[in-house]
Design a protein around this ligand. Structure first.
Ligand SMILES: [Zn+2]
Length: 283
């Protein structure tokens, strides 16, 4: 499943279509009939956690997408001949699982196999933001609110970090690696962890996910992080180096910090990985 940095990356790609009127097509469903957006232009794109929002210019509507496990958003350059109405004349072949296609004079946006593909009005968008927790990659995310949500709960921090209603955008890889970097055992109840430690964890989430957004993949290894930051500062792309994680998917292997055996256990909807040697359990 795409973690938040990937959905913010998708929003950046969708923004390339802004202002270009397009042909909107796809199978009409109960929640979304692509035909209602035909001839209009995309007005922007925004992500909140794992949700992608695509406001449509000159209309009260916003496309709302959630990709789940198998969904995909692709944006490709695609020159098409224009008809008298200024819209592309011909459609490319339809891919399997297509939910929504938006074809402009120069770009082709395709959404396949999403979990959610619907149109919201302003009230619906506000309700969505309301039910999602702060997202480390959003400028409007309030760090105090994020820490307060984590620190008032009796639930395990490992569960809270994946609960999109508490904080949003953090997925299973970031959960494992953030908690290892913070030296916190995922079973620690949110309320047992000192607020300063939660603040530092939130800052680290912002930092790591910002690098992830810039790189286009999840970088958490200290050496790779430092190299990736240097490249991003210079405006250069980050190559897809071999992924190195401290604990994620490393059950039974030695912790790179203390040598203790990494453990794994189902926690929330996904498997949590942690090191019992150097990640402290706050009781
Ligand atoms: Zn360790």
């Amino acid at each position: 499943m795409a973690e938040g940095h990937a959905v913010h990356g998708m929003a950046a790609r969708v923004r390339r279509l802004v202002g270009q009127p397009g042909r909107s097509s796809g199978p009409p469903g109960e929640a979304f009939d692509p035909a209602v957006l035909d001839g209009l232009a995309i007005g922007g794109a925004d992500a909140h956690g794992k949700h992608l929002l695509v406001p449509v210019a000159g209309s009260p509507w916003t496309g709302h997408l959630h990709l789940g496990m198998h969904g995909r958003v692709s944006v490709r350059r695609h020159r098409r001949a224009l008809g008298a109405d200024g819209l592309p004349r011909t459609d490319p072949p339809v891919p399997e699982g297509l939910a929504w296609r938006f074809l402009t004079a120069s770009f082709l946006l395709e959404v396949t196999r999403p979990t959610i593909c619907e149109v919201l009005d302003a009230e619906g968008v506000a309700a969505l933001h309301e039910r999602l927790g702060p997202d480390p990659l959003r400028d409007d995310a309030d760090p105090e609110a994020a820490v307060a949500r984590l620190s008032r709960s009796r639930r395990a921090l490992g569960v809270l970090l994946l609960d999109q209603g508490v904080v949003s955008g953090i997925g299973n890889v970031y959960r494992a690696e953030l908690l290892w970097r913070a030296r916190i055992d995922p079973h620690s109840p949110g309320r047992a962890v000192p607020p300063e430690a939660l603040e530092a964890l939130w800052q680290d989430a912002i930092d790591l996910m910002t690098v992830g957004l810039g790189a286009g993949w999840i970088v958490t290894d200290p050496r790779q992080l430092s190299d990736a930051r240097d490249l991003l500062t210079r405006g250069e792309p980050v190559p897809r180096w071999r992924r190195r994680y401290a604990v994620y998917l490393r059950r039974g292997r030695p912790c790179p910090r203390c040598g203790e055996t990494v453990r794994a256990e189902r926690m929330g909807l996904q498997t949590a990985y942690w090191c019992p040697g150097c990640q402290v359990l706050h009781p």
